[in-house]
Each structure stands twice: as C-alpha cells, then as structure tokens.
Design a protein around this ligand. Sequence first.
Ligand code: SAM
Length: 209
Amino acid sequence: MAELIQQLIDQGYLKTKKVIQAFKRINRRDFVLPDMQSESGKNIPLSIGHGQTISQPLTVAFMIELLDIQEGQKILDIGSGSGWTAALLAEIVGPKGKVFAIERIQELKDFGESNVSKYNFVKSNRAIFIVGDGIKGLPEQAPFDRIHVAAAANKIPSTLLKQLTIGGKLIIPQGINFQDIVLIEKIGKNKYQQEKFPGFNFVPLIGSD
Ligand code: SAM
C-alpha cells in the first residue's frame, strides 16, 4: 500500500496531510476478503461479495480530498460496504467527530462494522453502522457536515441535500453507464453550488430514480 499511496501523492490525488496520514494508518488490507489480501495494495476495486466492491483507491482519495473534511465533523457515509471509507473518514474527523455508515445489505454492514472494529472506532462510538436505504439519508441524525456516497445515483437525492448543514458538502457519483463525481455545497437554506468531475465508474445506488 505504501507504494500506491506514494503514487497517489505523486499524481496529485492525495494532497492533504490529514488525508495522507489516514491512508497510511488505515490499511486497506484490513477491509478485503482473506483471498484478496495480496491484491489490496493495487489501484483497483476488489470484490467484497454480494456483487459489490471495495472502491478503487484513486477514486476514494479524489472524493475524500474534495470533501475538505475538518476535525470534529459529523459525516454520513452511504454504501459503507467493506467499511474502508468509513474508517478513513473516522480517522480524519478525529475523536470529536462522528461517522454514520449506512449499508443496504445486512451481511456487508456486518463485514464493514467488524473490519472497522479493528481500529477501535466502533467501541468508542466514533463510527456507527446502520442497515438501511441510504437514499433516505438518516433524518434522525441530520444535519451532516459532509455526506459521502459510494454508489451511483441516476438523480441527486433531494433528501440528502436537505440533510446537509449550511456550508455542508455532498459528494456523489451520478450517471447511468459512466458517472460524473458531483460535489455539491449547500450555501444557503435552499441554495446549492455544484461542480462535476467526469469519467468514473461505480456500482449503482440501489433504488435511485
Ligand atoms: N465505501 C465502500 C467501501 O469502502 O468498501 C464502497 C462499497 S461499494 C462501491 C458501494 C456500496 O453501496 C455497496 O456495498 C452497496 O451494497 C451499497 N449500496 C447500494 N445502494 C445502496 C443504498 N440505496 N443504500 C445503502 N447502501 C447502498
């Protein structure tokens, strides 16, 4: 993984000290299936079963850097899968922050939660895992400073926009065959600013219209 991290730094995908430190401390190997461990340092998505994948490191680095996460923030991680991104986010927000991780497949929620437990984020309540439909967000815990979505929506779910703080940011892949990564900042009560980054490929966000 050290070689890949250096490559992502050299290519400009990893930029910020705290994000680089999180990539170094949270080992992707802890989040893949046993027979995939030798592949965990490669810049490719890997199967985690149930037709799903742990995302490609380049894409995760790109999305997390765009979110510009600050210590102490409350984050919603939708499509937590292996738990890797939830652990990275928990490391970046630090002990005063919180990550709510939603996954629609019970077995993957359990897989992700047990992987993240290797880092003591679950016991300390810094990362909380929930089975559910991420499109609905988590109204009982809203608003969120940041929302990270790991699967592609056809349309940006308005429920998620409503669950952002003012100044909050949502990052979500959007599109059917190929996707844009869309970064949306809430700049006022019903006011949003958006930026698009084309050329990515994600599994679909189930139930998105
Ligand atoms: N962040 C994950 C990781 O680090 O391994 C990425 C996992 S994968 C690319 C996307 C995940 O989104 C899958 O585990 C899938 O089951 C989940 N997913 C798809 N639609 C969902 C929905 N509507 N609500 C919650 N999770 C969903």
